[in-house]
Write a protein of this length. Sequence first.
Length: 384
Amino acid sequence: MKARVADFIAKHQADPDTFLRGLPLVKNIAGPSAHPTLALVGGNQAGEAESGRRSGLQRFLLIGIDCGVLYFLTQDESYARCSADILHAAVEALVLMKPNESVGNGGWIYPGDHLYEARALGAQIPLLYDFVSSYLRTGAKVHDLVTRQPVAFNFEHAQHVFRTYARLAIEHGIIDANWPVLEMPSLAHNVLALDDPAERTRLLAYVTHQDTPHQDSLKKIVAEYAKPGAVWPESLQYSSGVSSLATYMVALLRRQTPALELPAGYANITLSLARLRDFRFPNGENIRFGDGPRRSGDGYDSYEIAYALGGREGDANLQSTFGALIDLGVETGNYRRDNPRGHTSGASAPSRPSSNPSPARKNPAPCNPSPPSAPRTPSPVSKS
C-alpha cells in the first residue's frame, strides 16, 4: 500500500495546491473567491471529457482511503494530511452543489444515476473521514483551494455531505431488486460517519429493519435467505454481488461497539457465498440464466470477511467453510493473501482497501490487524 501511494504522497508534499487541482473541478460562477465545484457526470456540464470526470474523483478518493488506512497503521501524518486535503476539497465542492431530487435515480455528481454514484463515490467519502477525523479534531489544518493556505476543516459541511448521501439512498431508487443492497454501503457508511449518536441510531434503522418506498432494509434482504442454501433470486452475477455486499454489511454492523442486533438468520447470507460455487460446472463455466456470464471468479475478499466474521461471532461453521475455501485458493495459486487489490475505476464500494497482509498458511488468521502503537480514538464507522 505504501508503494501504491508513494508518488501521490510525494506530489502532495511538494505542492498540495497543484496536486488537488488534479480533481475534476469546475470554476465557480460566483468568482475566484468561491470554492470550485465538481464536474457533473452524465450531465450537460462542459469541460473535461466524460471519461475523465467519471474516473478523476473516484481515483482521488481511493488514494485518500489508502492514505487514511496507512495513517491508522503507521501514525505517519503525511498520510493523514493527504487524505484530509482530498476530503476537504470534495466536501467544500459538494456543499455548493444541489442534488437531483428525482426519486427514481437522482444523484449528486451523477445527476441521473445515484445507483452508480452510491458505489463509486458515496460509500468512499465517509471512509476518508473515518480514518482522519481524529487527526482533524486535534486542530490539524487542511489546504484550501480558494486561499491556497491552510484552514480549519469544516465539520458541519462534512456532516451535511454524509446526511445528504444517506438521504439520497433512503429516498431515491427502487426496491424488490438488488438496487437497495448496492446502495446500502453508502447509506451505512454515511450514517455511521454522523457525529450525533441519536441521529446515527435513527438513520441506522433504515439499514437494519425499516423499509421505505425506495430502500429495502437488511430485514427484508435476510428474508430472501430464510432457508439454508438459498441464493438471491436474480441472475448469477447479481446474486453473487448481493451476497457479497450483504455479507460485508453484516460484518460491518456486527463489528460496531456494541454490535448491532440483526434479523435472525443473517448467517445464511454469508453461507450463500459458498453455495454459489455449486452452480459451476467442472470446466469452470457457470450455469447460465438470465443475463449472467458463463465465467466468474471466486470472491476471496468476501471469503476473508466471512472467515473473520465467523471468528468474531464464534461461528465454527463459517470459519471452517471459508477457511477451507481460502486455503484452496492459496494452494491452487488462484489467491494471494499478501497481494493488495488494485484501485478500481468501476462502481465498486470499497470493503477492504487491500488484502490481508498475513502470509498464506493453513487455518488463516482472522482479518483483524493489531491496533497502532499510538492510541487512537475510533470514529463512528470503525468502532471495534
